[in-house]
Structure formats: C-alpha cells, structure tokens
Design a binder for this molecule. Structure first.
Ligand SMILES: [Fe+2]
Ligand SMILES: [Fe+2]
Length: 317
C-alpha cells in the first residue's frame, strides 16, 4: 500500500525509499531509519515526517520544466476536490495541512484554509511549485482514461493492498490496546473503531467490486445493467457508496483525534509508534482512494448516464 515516500513537514523534503539507494548509503524503509536520522535538508528529526500519499509527487530538488506554463491555473475560489482532480500531486500538501479533499472536498480552498488557519496564498504558492513538476508524473490522467482502466487501478492499487493492510494494522492495534490500554485507554477505543471500520470497509469494497464497478464497466461498453445486479441504475449504489465513504472518513477522523494527530506519547514502544505511523499512512491512502472514486470515477460514470453529479448534489438540501 505504501508508496515508499515520507515528507518532512518543515521543509517538504521527501525521503523516497526507491531513491534511497543513491541518496543515502543505507537503503532502509523510513520506519527502519535510526532515531538519530535527520532530514538532510533542514535537520528536522524523524518525528517531523509524515507519510506522503501522493503517488505522483515529484522528488525533492527535481528541476521544474513547465513552471511558468501552469503557474496561475489554480486559485482559492476553486473547490478542493476540483483542484485535486486536476492536480493529484497537491494531495500530499493537503494531507499535510489536514485539509480533507475527498468526502469533505466540496468547499472552496479559501474556506478550507480559513478553517485550518492556513494562509491561502501561502498554500497556493506551494501548490504551484508542486504542479509545475507534474509533467514528471507517471500516473495517467484519470479524468481522461477509460473508466475500466481507472477501476482496475483502484482495485489493484487500493483495494487489494488495503485488505492486507487492514489485517496488519488491526493486529497492531489489538497488541497496543492489550499492552498499553491501561495507561492509554484511548488506544482501546482506537482498536474498537478500527475493528468496525475494517468490517464495514471490507463489505464496502466487496459491494463495489461485485456490483457497482462491473455495472460501470458495462455502461461504458454500452451493455445492459440487468446482468450485473444494477437493473435500477447506478445512481442509488453510488449514493450508498458515497455515504459509506463519509462514515469511513468519520472513523478515520475519530482515530486521528483519539491519537492526537498520530502523535506517539513519551512512553510509546516501537509497536505503538509503528501503529500510529501506519494509521497516518492508512488515512492518507484512504483519502487518495476515496477521492478517485468520489470525485473522478462516480461523476464520470454518472455522466455516461446523462447525470451531472455537481448539479445533482447542488440541489440536495
Ligand atoms: Fe473503493
Ligand atoms: Fe469506495
């Protein structure tokens, strides 16, 4: 599930495990770096780093080839989800500032920044620097690819790794709750929230893979929906999946809150730290995953049915 990249929240340096062989003599996963390791750019300690969710985020220090061309293509009046749909590489920065770009991405960037106490112009400057490097991305433009290809990508890059990760992270949470639950009762709650989250998410992905995704593929190919259990159309399943994404987002928010933004307490053992790091990474991957469904796949699938999702949701109370 991991893309092997971890970002310094102070200077935006990215520790890229794939590049580590040449960047550092020790090719290690970020978690395995020694506690003395420091950011080579600004000297920050390891705890100032967080998972970098964006697959296409370019490596620190790469040259900007198209900066001037794309410099002014975004502004604060755009919705957060629109910015990420057009420029997926900025997802990392939004994660960094705690701005939701999937279920909660319908608001304007101006407003989201105001709520988080971030200066919008400051963030836009960072966006522009990242967007300028998008030409180096290897990820296809999902707003243009076939829906079939996008679905294959979602299943391979998010659903399958997520199933494995859910097993690993719930085991870690069980262990931390057992060992540290007495001093940290919040970790017992985390374990419970995660357990429900896992049950619901496994069922959710199964419904997407068994019903909704085959129906979308069939619509794209011009076929009949009766054969895939979607005889009533895809609008209702999409509505249900979108609501379930919101429930999943709430659970992630609860875990973030319970763990004080995934901050290890002073008495945390390594398993505790790894759990918090894994949860943070997990949340970032979920945001990316849900964003691709909510803001790209579902609206494009509805458009094939002649429904404009933006207008449809705008008319809801
Ligand atoms: Fe999904
Ligand atoms: Fe989903």
């Amino acid at each position: 599930m991991s893309n092997g990249k971890t970002i310094c929240t102070v200077c935006n340096y990215i520790y890229d495990e794939a590049k580590g062989k040449s960047d550092t003599k020790q090719m290690l996963k970020f978690e395995d770096l020694s506690d003395e390791w420091k950011c080579p750019e600004c000297g920050s300690t390891k705890d100032m780093f967080q998972p970098c969710s964006c697959v296409s985020f370019p490596s620190h220090g790469q040259n900007c080839a198209v900066e001037t061309e794309k410099k002014n293509v975004i502004d604060g009046s755009m919705t957060v989800e629109q910015i990420v749909a057009e420029h997926p590489s900025v997802a990392c920065l939004l994660e960094q500032y705690g701005i939701d770009y999937c279920c909660g991405g319908k608001g304007k960037l101006d407003e989201a920044c105001r709520k988080k106490g971030v200066k919008v112009e400051y963030l836009l400057e960072k966006f522009r620097a990242v967007i300028a490097k998008e030409g180096q991305s290897h990820e296809p433009d999902w707003t243009q690819s076939s829906l079939n290809k996008l679905i294959e990508h979602i299943v391979e890059s998010y659903h399958e790794p997520l199933r494995q990760e859910l097993v690993r992270v719930t085991e870690l949470a069980d262990k931390v709750a057992r060992v540290h639950g007495e001093n940290h009762p919040e970790m017992i709650k985390v374990k419970e929230v995660l357990s429900d989250f896992r049950t619901q998410l496994e069922l959710h992905m199964q419904k997407e893979e068994m019903i909704l995704f085959p129906a979308i593929v069939r619509i794209e190919a011009g076929g009949d929906l009766q054969f895939v259990g979607c005889g009533g159309g895809i609008e209702q399943p999409i509505d249900v999946m979108t609501q379930e994404h919101e429930v999943a987002g709430d659970a992630l928010g609860t875990m973030r809150q319970l763990t004080h933004e995934y901050t290890p307490p002073s008495d945390a053992c390594n398993t505790f730290k790894v759990l918090l790091h894994s949860l943070a990474k997990f949340e970032a991957q979920m945001h990316e995953h849900v964003h691709k469904e909510n803001n790209i796949l579902f609206p494009r699938a509805l458009l094939l049915r002649g429904i404009n999702k933006t207008q449809a949701t705008a008319t809801k109370p």
